[in-house]
Design a protein around this ligand. Structure first.
Ligand code: NAP
Length: 263
């Protein structure tokens, strides 16, 4: 069979005409992914728990690249938040055909002391809201025979931290959900994948990593000997969200500098 050598790969990364919703995109990894997808032409819907300076600043930056982008808010610990968020989106545009489940809640606690309440809340934010939002956006993706769901997991799917047992479990559950759904929607032009970050320098671990002793202990465990910056996750997200990655589904891209590799 003859295929053209002129594959014009750069065009396959173009997201013009697509609408991307990224939970927790006021800062950190979510914000970098929002910027990356906006740079490649998507209309971006940024999200935070509530109105904040960081959310306003993320929206301002995203709009410089993609002027029709807008922001929504909602605490994903509230089981009704996904529907309320979908309503906010519908007031501005169609529901998204790219969904990045990035927001998460992480409580540090020994496994035998975690309260049921804290366990349920982490599962609500990290797993159930991903399922519900995917269910809400699926009909639009199915109708246009094109859709992308990308969940943000964690290297803790491979190397669980002793003080984050439920968080690690929520990420593994989410990754299993990805593989399950991916198989069922593959024939509908929808891909579903997970990205598992290693150690990224973001607000959630700024305090820990600003301690030089702790930071050295962490980087000594990482084969690349450095932690990541938020933009390091954006390339994987762009690949999975674009036509360049249309044949990739049900997989897990680990962005961890080799941290998961056995020693
Ligand atoms: P981050 O800087 O802590 O930012 C978290 C974002 O999620 C914020 O925008 C926050 O909204 C939002 N969020 C938190 N709780 C929420 C809730 N209950 N409802 C709705 N939104 C909520 O996070 P990050 O470090 O960039 O992490 C992003 C993703 O990567 C997470 O899924 C995390 O588990 C994963 N990850 C991170 C690392 C790492 O080293 N940083 C490692 C492995 C995996 P507000 O801005 O409004 O507060």
């Amino acid at each position: 069979m003859n295929y053209s050598d002129d594959i014009q790969l750069h065009k396959r990364f173009d997201l013009t005409g697509h609408r991307a919703f990224i939970t927790g995109s006021a800062r950190g990894i979510g914000r970098a992914i929002a910027m990356g997808l906006a740079e490649y032409g998507a209309q971006v819907i940024v999200h935070g728990v509530k109105e904040s300076e960081k959310l306003a600043s993320a929206l301002e930056s995203v709009r410089k690249l993609s002027p029709t982008s807008f922001a929504v808010t909602g605490d994903l610990g509230d089981p009704n938040a996904p529907e309320k968020i979908a309503e906010q989106i519908k007031a501005h545009s169609e529901l998204p055909d790219i969904f990045i489940a990035n927001a998460s809640l992480q409580f540090r606690c020994e496994w035998d002391k975690i309260s049921l309440e804290d366990s349920i809340l982490q599962m609500q934010v990290n797993f159930h809201s991903t399922l519900k939002l995917s269910q809400l956006f699926y009909p639009v993706m199915k109708a246009q025979k094109w859709g992308r769901i990308v969940t943000i997991g964690s290297v803790q799917e491979f190397r669980p931290h002793p003080h984050m047992a439920v968080y690690a479990g929520s990420k593994s559950a989410q990754e299993n959900l990805v593989r399950n759904i991916a198989r069922q929607v593959a024939s509908e032009g929808i891909t579903v994948n997970n990205i598992a970050p290693g150690v990224f320098y973001t607000d959630r671990n700024e305090e820990a990593l600003s301690n030089p002793e702790y930071a050295k202990k962490v980087t000594d465990c990482i084969p690349s000997h450095t932690y990541a910056e938020p933009a390091d996750a954006a390339g994987a997200a762009l690949l999975l969200c674009s036509d360049a990655g249309r044949y990739i589904t049900g997989t897990n891209i680990v962005v961890d500098g080799g941290l998961r590799l056995p020693g």
